[in-house]
Design a binder for this molecule. Structure first.
Ligand SMILES: Cc1cn([C@H]2C[C@H](O)[C@@H](COP(=O)(O)OP(=O)(O)OP(=O)(O)O)O2)c(=O)[nH]c1=O
Length: 206
């Protein structure tokens, strides 16, 4: 993309999202939503009866909106704020990040030999305009042995990843098939992100 003079804010602590946004040539500043605590002040608890798609959209939208509020509160230069959320689903169960190595092992045992979905919503907030797009991919895992799961969890890689694996890391060796967006599984679907930024450029003349 030709965004030489344009900037956005990325409301994310994820190094993967930074890497992917850099890959598409977007100039951005990272916006930490609550710097003193080092965590997003976005409650990521699913609401009762909320579907996985509703959940991932709500969280991504909230990150972008909270980011925009921070831009205004801190009187920062007004640029659009991008937020994203990634989630793994299997049989309508939401798999977020594991709470512990034991939890990661449980998730991987459930994903073993099955096809699951990975959803990532990207949301862009600027002034009174909010746009969002969702990428949905299907990932097939080979059947994992207990020893493979234990060895993988021991690497530490699964611990900050939705579904307890990283397609961009050692977790790739478990994936026999992907249908969808590699960058979406990794946390920032670049096709959808480019479309969001493009529609913004045409409607608001960034
Ligand atoms: C499935 C999968 C997830 N992930 C990561 C992407 C996301 O960083 C993470 C899901 O957690 P998220 O809550 O979507 O994001 P985050 O907390 O890491 O970052 P943010 O500050 O933007 O809220 O899982 C991978 O890196 N590779 C994968 O293959």
């Amino acid at each position: 993309m030709n965004n030489t003079a344009k900037r956005i804010y990325l409301a994310s602590r994820s190094p993967r999202r930074r890497e992917l946004l850099t890959q598409m040539g977007v100039h951005y500043d990272v916006l930490l939503l609550r710097e003193s605590v080092g965590r997003l002040d976005v409650d990521e608890t699913p609401m009762p009866g909320e579907s996985p798609a509703e959940y991932v959209e709500r969280i991504a939208i909230t990150k972008a909106q909270v980011g925009w509020q921070r831009v205004c509160q801190r009187n920062l230069p007004r640029h659009p704020v991008l937020g994203a959320d990634t989630m793994v689903t299997l049989d309508d169960t939401i798999f977020g990040k594991p709470a512990s190595p034991a939890h990661a092992k449980e998730m991987l045992a459930q994903l073993s030999g099955r096809i699951h979905q990975v959803m990532t919503t990207v949301a862009l907030c600027y002034q009174d305009t909010l746009t969002h797009l969702t990428s949905i991919s299907e990932v097939r895992f080979k059947t994992l042995t207990d020893a493979e799961i234990a060895a993988y969890v021991a690497t530490g890689e699964p611990l900050d990843k939705a579904g307890s694996y990283a397609i961009q890391g050692r977790g790739a060796v478990f994936i026999s098939h992907l249908s969808g967006s590699y960058t979406g599984v990794m946390g920032l679907p670049l096709y959808e992100t480019a479309n969001l930024l493009q529609s913004y450029l045409t409607t608001k003349s960034l």
